[in-house]
Design a binder for this molecule. Sequence first.
Ligand SMILES: Cc1cc2nc3c(=O)[nH]c(=O)nc-3n(C[C@H](O)[C@H](O)[C@H](O)COP(=O)(O)OP(=O)(O)OC[C@H]3O[C@@H](n4cnc5c(N)ncnc54)[C@H](O)[C@@H]3O)c2cc1C
Length: 517
Amino acid sequence: MEYVTKLENQPEALIIGSGFGGIATGIRLQARGYKTTIFEKLDQPGGRASVFKQDGFTFDAGPTIVTAPFLLEELWELCGRKFSDSVTLKEMNPFYRIRFDTGEFFDYTGDPGKMRDQIRKFSPNEVHKYDEFMERAELCYRLGYEDLGNLPYNSLSDLLKSIPSMIRMGAWQSIYKLVSKYFKNEQLRQVFSFHPLLIGGDPSAVTCVYSLIAALERRYGVHSAMGGTGAIISAMVDLYEDIGGTIIYDAEVTKIDVQNRCAKGLYLRSGEYFQSNVIVSNGDTAWTYTHLLDEGYRKKWNDKKIKSSSFSMSLFVWYFGTSKVFDDVQHHTILLGKSYLPLLHDIFREKKLSADFSLYLHRPTATDKGMAPPNHDTFYVLSPVPNLLGNVDWDKEKESYRKKIEKYLDKTILPGLTKSIVSSKVFTPNDFEQRYLAFNGAAFGMEPLLLQSAWFRPHNKSEDIKGLYMVGASTHPGAGIPGVLTSAKLLDKVIPESYSSSKFANKKTGERAYGSV
Ligand SMILES: Cc1cc2nc3c(=O)[nH]c(=O)nc-3n(C[C@H](O)[C@H](O)[C@H](O)COP(=O)(O)OP(=O)(O)OC[C@H]3O[C@@H](n4cnc5c(N)ncnc54)[C@H](O)[C@@H]3O)c2cc1C
């Protein structure tokens, strides 16, 4: 039996949005003694990690590749519980199959021996380069993730502290450039540089610090959750509500009330007002600043600064279910198109729909048959496309683009696809803007360029408004489940201690901050 009470003088925090970042913040603040409420625009939690159920198929809307499971485990530990009692993760082997347009493929794993075998297939003379590259990726993991990723960049001293590490990592060069120093073979260059695309970055422009992802994956593996990523979100919500948190759905926040440059409360679209001196936005930071706060309050993140920022790509996502089972297809497949750098240029710089495309194909039924009706398969395929600053008319292009992808998959790894489609749903950059309030329809917030990262990214503790905090993909450290969970963790360093810093009780009175658990 649960009961939720707000203790006398218990500090309160209001959280806008229930993505990974919003719920993780709720759990952390509850564990620190705050009473929190999450306001979610949608009718379900998870944001980009929400779930579409259609025709008996379960489609994870967004994230599917789960890395750094220790960040999830930590949330449960904070509440005296075990993550593995709530969610079953399966380690992927291979992590991904990377398929080239030529039909050749590279099975990417965390096993050095198998990786060397795969490299040998493409360029026997470069096998020894794997260890050299991974040594560099490890350096970036230690300096870029463990050290700098855990700084809140709340003061200039954090920036100054990071300069020597930035120099050691050669952070000014792009990941494609760094990888090219190790590998001469173009296919291998693509295999070892594509990772930033998973978090909205252009491998030819984002800092090589992101090679840390290769090290992170090798250390902790790549996983999928049984029941899909939606099962993680629903377990996080259960945990959050169990320790006294409240989520209100269909509750879009339309304004943050500010008095004397201090956050005082928020207004919902319904007109209701909620008061608090601590407000955390898990919404897109650019959207939060431009739509929820008057410009008069914004010295740093004013309209001019936001307009001149560069935004990540968007995504075209097609969710589909088939009456045929494609047993040969891995859980995660990356299908690289004919061109690599020119395609990236079209998406990120020209912002035009290229004739070519690269795809990520998700087949959760490879791991969990329960994601589809019996003898059926569940898929989604995504294609990185320009954000809404380009002038693609998605209402017009939507069906022809989908058909082009369908034809390509039918011709390559899903023969017989066209005849077996029994469920279909398309999501375009317009949907990113309308469903998630993503500024410019960008799927991952601001582009993670060096000068839009760390100190230069919108801070977790608002530079403009006292008592306002940011969590999620568009603040520091950045997008992807690990980045977003780390941003929630960083809030522990910038949101003041509540009177009770104990996980479970008010230190003075011993009174619990929430009911029986
Ligand atoms: C298709 C796709 C695939 C991806 N694949 C991976 C992957 O495999 N692995 C990985 O690690 N990452 C992946 N990512 C990235 C990852 O999903 C995101 O970075 C992460 O889920 C974002 O979490 P977040 O906490 O920032 O919030 P979001 O998921 O963006 O959630 C924010 C929430 O706030 C709500 N909200 C916004 N404004 C308001 C408002 N004004 N009032 C009330 N509510 C509001 C929104 O409705 C939403 O629910 C993928 C992303 C996409 C789109």
